[in-house]
Structures are given as structure tokens and as C-alpha cells.
Design a protein around this ligand. Sequence first.
Ligand code: RIB
Ligand code: CA
Length: 329
Amino acid sequence: MTTQPTPVVLDVDTGVDDACALLLAALHPALDLRAVSCVGGNACVDDVVRNTLLVLETAGRPDVPVARGAERPLLEAPVNARHVHGDDGMADLGWGPAATTADRRHAVELLRDVCREAAESERPVTLVPLAPLTNIALLLRTYPDAAQGISEIVFMGGAANVGNATASAEFNVFHDPEAAAVTLDAAADLGIPVTMYGLDVFYGPVVAAEVVDELLAVGGRGPAELGGRLIAFQSKRFGRDASTIGDAGAVCAVVDRAGLKTETLPLRVELAGTWSRGRTIVDRRGWSGDLAHDPHGEAPVRIEVALEVDGPRYAALWADTLLGRLGER
Ligand code: RIB
Ligand code: CA
């Protein structure tokens, strides 16, 4: 019996690695990319929309609706990551613009409609946020019935151990800590299972220079060449031979969950700390006695936290998909 592809929806701040994730989601046969919502983060939301439309058109998927969402975080002042992703937010490739245009709906309305349709058709979507969680928090608080169309949230964000935007916090959560806290609280309230693909695994799947050369050699300004240019941009920017597929690892986890090791752990988002604001505080204590004497008590939110990843497995999944070589290994 052939299994149907998994319906997925991505929320992005495209972004070099968001673009890598979009390519995988658009091309892998086990996924049915239903929609993409955009939020300000790595770049302003209008650049994110422009970049997202271009990636989907390059992947031959102009059919996938793309909508413009939140311009800024719920409370935090907006920042960007152009120092990482380039001035245009996507490696300054000089490609485009896309011929396609964004959906007329706000991203939250597109997400609402796609989730409601998913519930009606009894094919719930896996929601894959790869950016600050502003759109997702707004969706779940404004239209909680959307949860009936969501089978799981697999988000790139947070960390059990390290930070990148600050010593303590990961960029997506740091950018909008309130949205992260609201999303996790609402998902718990609404019974949506959550998996956190955080920095503890984010840097694991890396693409080597020789694979970049293979991707670039395909040429034709298609998805393989685009993927190769994106990885090459990162390698040059960070002075490395190999670079992570970043957000695309979270999409790999939807395709191939066995490549990820997770634990169900309590988690809180720090909203008040001077130096720790935006930190995801993952509770890995092993003795109940500590908890019994903890004035804070156990965090009300328990999610699947990714702690280990088979990096080569996910890097190969991503590259083979773009090269059209799935199943040849
Ligand atoms: O911390 C990494 C995350 O921040 C990724 O989603 C990257 O695209 C940026 O948004
Ligand atoms: Ca991102």
C-alpha cells in the first residue's frame, strides 16, 4: 500500500537556510507542501516574501501559496541577521525577481484556512516553523480551532545547551521570546505535540565542498544550483569547507524521524532575564528530589527536545533530493 505524502506547512524568515528547507519541502516526494507563511526575522518580511517566492519558483513549485505575515515581534524590537544571510537575506545571489506574487491573505489567515481545510479533509498538517514564532502565536491564540488541522509542530528554535544570537539564546526565540512562550503554552493547551529542533542538532548536518561542486555543476539556475550557491555562500562567509543545512534539518526530521534522537523534557522560555532573555530552559535534572524542593516547580510545558542527530544522514537526504538521486545510495 503506498503511503500518502505528509502534508506540511512551513513558516519562514528566508534566509539562506530557510531557502535550503524550502527546496527540500518543495521537492521531496514524501512531503506535500501545502503553504508557506513569512515573518520578519533574518530580513524584513517583504524581503522574506520576495526570497520565498523566488525559491519556490526555482524549485518548480509556483503553485504553493505564500503569504506575508508579522512584520515585527509581539513586544521585542525587531532585529535582523543580514550579517549572516547577506543584505537581501538570501546570499545576495542577484537572482529573480520571481514572476509569482504573494497570496492576498495575511499569513495568519492563510495558516488558519489551510489548517481548517486539513481538519475537514482529515489530513492534518505538520507545521514547521523555521523563524521567530510570531505568526504561530497569533494563529493559535486568534484561531485555536486551527489546532484540529495540525498533527504536530516541528520547529527550529531554542537549545538545551547553547545560544547563538546571545550567549544564552537562539535567534528565533531571542527575536520574539513572547511568541515562543505563547506558542508552547497554546500548543500544550490545545494538545498539539511539539518537537524542538534546536541548536544542539542544528549544526550537525553539513554539506561538504565536493557535494557543493556537484550541486553547482547541475547549473541551469535550478534547485540544485541554488542549493549549491546557498551552501557555498555560508562556507565563504564563515571561512569553512562545509556548512550546515540549518533549518532544512527540521524538514529532514519530518521525512526521516529516525535520524533524530529526542527526549520528552519540561521547558520554559526566559522572558525576564537581563542576559538570559529568550533562553529555552530545558530541565534535564534526573532526580525527583531536586524537583520536589524547587520553588519553581516543574515547567507546565513538556515537548520532544532533539539532542542528537545523524548529521551525514540528513545532509545526504537534502543533497540527494536536490540532485534527484533519492534511493541511489
Ligand atoms: O538560530 C538559527 C535560526 O535563526 C535559523 O532559523 C536561521 O534561519 C535564523 O532564522
Ligand atoms: Ca530561519
